[in-house]
Design a protein around this ligand. Structure first.
Ligand code: GSH
Length: 214
């Protein structure tokens, strides 16, 4: 049976974009998929990404963000994961039933944001600093300040018990394990919603088993 083309059954897709940023990877993927989309150029130069109108799309005021299927996806790797699964017919992701390929694919999808990107940013900072003959630069705009993240997550968790839907997902485990560290070093004072989420995660028997002595 022929698979439907990527154009079939698609509501409006809008990519919030700025040239030369992480938004390029999402535009590239959309182009590979071949699905029609609208480009909304956000001027970082003019600070449009920190205006109220755009903050309603991306709560941290960053690009990219993708409006699709009556919702918004942000984080470039999250958007790429979503799109590749959403348009499986474009054949840019192994299907979940192709277990071995999918395992490799998950590794590489997370590798990009978790391992490759920070290592490259580090090199960029070092190169810029040495070109200017100054000590290593601060992370600046390449790193989102922890307080901005905590404020956003506090708002998010004040309306729900878990990050996604109404039951625990792997997203709670990934982000919750980081926030447990943040808690340990005293970064969560006054963040009641995050604190109660972390406490509920730490109360899970599986968490106790995960941190058991071995
Ligand atoms: N981890 C995020 C990072 C997003 C990000 O920091 N985007 C930059 C452009 S590459 C941005 O919008 N910077 C403006 C700012 O943070 O004020 C992603 O991959 O989408």
């Amino acid at each position: 049976m022929a698979l439907p083309s990527p154009q079939a059954n698609v509501n409006k897709i809008c990519l919030h974009f700025a040239p030369g940023t992480r938004a390029v990877r999402v535009r590239w993927l959309l182009e590979e998929i071949g699905v029609p989309y609208e480009l909304s150029v956000v001027s970082l130069w003019l600070g449009a990404h920190k205006r109220k109108r755009y903050l309603a799309v991306h709560p941290l005021g960053k690009v990219p963000a993708l409006e699709i299927d009556q919702t918004v996806v942000f984080e470039s790797s999250g958007i790429c994961l979503y799109l590749a699964d959403r348009f499986l017919e474009a054949d840019l992701a192994p299907s979940p039933s192709e277990r071995m390929l999918r395992a490799d694919y998950c590794t590489w999808m997370a590798f990009s944001a978790g391992t490759l990107e920070p290592a490259i940013l580090e090199q960029v900072r070092a190169k810029k600093a040495s070109a200017r003959g100054i000590p290593m630069l601060g992370l600046g705009p390449s790193l989102t300040p922890f307080d901005d993240i905590a404020e956003y997550m506090e708002r998010h968790l004040s309306k729900r018990s878990f990050l996604v839907g109404d039951k625990i997902t792997a997203a709670d485990i990934l982000n919750g394990s980081m926030m447990a560290w943040a808690h340990d070093i005293g970064l969560l004072e006054g963040r009641d919603a995050i604190l109660s989420w972390v406490a509920s995660l730490k109360a899970r028997p599986a968490y106790s088993r995960a941190i058991a002595k071995c």
